[in-house]
Ligand binder design. Structure first.
Ligand code: IPE
Ligand code: IPE
Ligand code: MG
Length: 247
């Protein structure tokens, strides 16, 4: 079993939880059953991440493009998120999990925003796993909002254009203060980012698993971490062994 004491456990894992619909379709069930099963997989992922000693876990729960799905499915997904927070917040808090939400918070209707804020607020001081929920999240939207804020600072005379550095831009992103993901996992066999963490993924390792999200558990998580542990990250430089030969 992989655990936090094993070397090469990534500090930050981000997951594109995909395949709920296909999981259900293969069983002749409505998509909604797949989404409900997906919530159980979320619980397993959070618990396992803590066991492995991962410090940050980002879960792509709902993209800014997912609003284009049929109204009933959108309502279903929002309902599940609502129920997840209502039912699991106390337990997550007890487990010392700190919740953070990324994505556009404006124009969210009903009780979703207050619930997300409550989850963040309740767990703000916790020191265990940081669980980042990407909700109404799209990387292009995030970068657009950040750019707008930088432009407003320039207009207000608070910032000069020459002072826009990578750090300055990153500080306007929803993920400010969170280290970049080391590993991005996508389930369901699709191999694309779907507008997830475009800036932050610059040096992430990608692992694409064929299993569907509702089947995610220790076996799939172990497999992804094993693949990650075997990767050689260079960040544009030379790997240690090559550097020794060259040097
Ligand atoms: C992931 O499963 C859930 C969300 C995107 C919110 P999908 O609903 O995308 O399932 P597939 O891709 O249709 O199988
Ligand atoms: C990405 O999955 C979004 C989430 C997991 C929330 P999608 O199922 O929406 O992505 P595409 O449409 O297949 O690219
Ligand atoms: Mg999908």
């Amino acid at each position: 079993m992989i655990s936090g004491s094993t070397p090469n456990v990534p500090k930050h894992v981000a997951i594109i939880m995909d395949g709920n619909g296909r999981w259900a379709k293969e069983r002749g069930l409505p998509r909604t059953v797949g989404h409900t099963k997906g919530v159980e997989a979320v619980r397993r992922a959070v618990e396992l991440a803590g066991d492995y000693g991962i410090r940050y876990l980002t879960l792509f729960a709902f993209s800014s493009e997912n609003w284009s799905r049929p109204e009933a499915e959108v309502a279903d997904l929002l309902g599940l998120l609502r129920r997840f927070i209502r039912r699991d917040l106390a337990e997550l808090h007890k487990a010392n999990v700190r919740i953070k939400v990324i994505g556009d918070r404006e124009n969210l209707k009903g009780d979703i925003l207050p619930l997300l804020l409550e989850a963040e607020d309740t767990t703000r001081r916790n020191s265990g796993l940081t669980l980042i929920i990407a909700f109404n999240y799209g990387a292009r939207d995030e970068l657009t909002r950040a750019t707008r804020r930088l432009a407003a600072m320039i207009e207000a005379g608070e910032l000069a254009s020459r002072d826009i550095t990578e750090h300055q831009l990153a500080s306007q992103l929803d993920t400010f203060g969170i280290p970049d993901p080391d590993l991005i996992i996508r389930t369901s066999g699709e191999e694309r980012l779907s507008n997830f963490l475009l800036w932050q993924a610059a040096y992430a390792e990608f692992v694409f698993l064929s299993g569907y999200w509702p089947d995610f558990g220790r076996e799939m998580f172990d497999e992804a971490l094993r693949i990650f542990a075997g990767r050689n990250r260079r960040f544009g430089g030379l790997s240690e062994s090559t550097a020794a030969v060259v040097g």
